[in-house]
Write a protein that binds this ligand. Structure first.
Ligand code: 0JX
Ligand code: SF4
Length: 323
């Protein structure tokens, strides 16, 4: 039998599901258990194709806007990324039974933005145009109250109404390094700007980027498990490339691997975005194990022990789950 070549796999830890994703998926699953199908979900509960398809198979129906949902008594879940204020308002006006799966760390940014607004600050949001979290955060306040800044160039061009009453908030899944530069550009121009100590990037985003930084310089290639539209997963690929790894790709699952990139490999780094299930990481490692004789070493750069509460109305069921 042909001898398989050796491959060292360095597995990043932490990787994969964060507390906000875990909570959001549980909300849909518990709602399905408690109320039965269908459960409507506004926007992909998290940006992962496999998660969405698995929930669809259990009876979840995904829509982009509430207007796509017929008048119904079925629960309607808002995705982990958060929603503009107009969404719960519309749901209430239609007497919908809704469950909000917005990550508490995204809600925290909403609260911060609202506080700045009440204090009379002009608000800058650092984030990516069109992303649902950005739409949700901007939508906490009246139109025009929040200006979006995506790059250092935007920060250098930005003209506030009054530099003395400026405040900033950020998207939670940004590149830590890019955001540091944008914040520095804003602080240099507007020393009085109000904001968090560093930014609003969450613990999970920070930890996953840190672990990539530890692994990427040690390997010939990196694979990040995650869907193409997942912002935090895309950032992990960028971080790997910037950390000196020549080949870094995002794959939804093993069947998406472009094997021409992984010929004659001696070492590979593996990580996963905050919305990617661990089963798909295992699937990717197994696919390499079919071609290589693999040795897997986990590189741990942080420990995570965070969990978020499930909405009260679903909690009794959570305690009974698995019985
Ligand atoms: O595109 P994102 O990284 O914001 O979302 P994803 O991939 O669903 O990750 C989990 C949700 C993150 C919210 O902050
Ligand atoms: Fe919450 Fe961070 Fe996960 Fe987003 S990536 S859902 S902010 S914990």
């Amino acid at each position: 039998m042909e001898k398989r070549p050796h491959l060292d796999i360095l597995l990043c830890a932490p990787r994969g599901f964060c507390a906000g994703v875990d909570r959001a998926i549980q909300i849909v699953e518990l709602a399905l258990k408690k109320y039965g199908a269908p459960v409507y979900v506004r926007h992909a509960i998290v940006h992962n194709k496999y998660v969405v398809e698995s929930l669809e198979a259990k009876g979840a129906i995904f829509v982009e806007e509430l207007e796509e949902i017929p008048d119904t008594e079925a629960p309607v879940v808002f995705s982990a990324h958060g929603v503009p204020k107009s969404v719960p308002a519309e749901a209430r006006s239609r007497n919908m039974f809704f469950l909000d799966a917005t990550c508490p760390l995204v809600s925290k940014v909403h609260v911060e933005a609202s506080r700045h607004f009440e204090e009379g600050h002009e608000i800058v949001l650092i984030g990516h145009a069109g992303h649902p979290e950005v739409i949700g955060t901007m939508g906490q306040l009246p139109q025009g109250a929040v200006s979006l800044i995506e790059t250092v160039e935007d920060a250098n061009r930005f003209e506030p109404k009054d530099p003395q009453t400026l405040a900033f908030v950020t998207q939670t899944t940004l590149s830590v390094d890019d955001t540091r530069e944008i914040v520095a550009a804003l602080r240099a121009r507007f020393p009085a700007i109000n904001g968090p100590h560093k930014e609003d990037i969450c613990y999970a985003t920070t930890n996953r980027q840190e672990s990539i930084k530890a692994v990427a310089p040690r390997v010939e290639a990196m694979i990040v498990v995650g869907s193409p539209h997942s912002s935090n997963s895309q950032r992990l690929v960028e971080v790997a490339l910037r950390s000196g790894c020549k080949v870094a790709t995002l794959v939804d699952r093993a069947s998406d691997i472009d094997w021409s990139l992984y010929d004659n490999l001696g070492s590979l780094g593996v990580s996963a975005g905050a919305s990617a299930p661990e089963s798909l990481v295992e699937e990717v490692i197994d696919a390499f194990a079919e071609r290589y004789s693999v040795k897997v070493e986990t590189v741990t750069t942080a420990e995570e022990h965070i969990a978020f509460n499930i909405p009260k109305i679903l909690r009794s069921l959570e305690a009974n789950a698995g019985r």
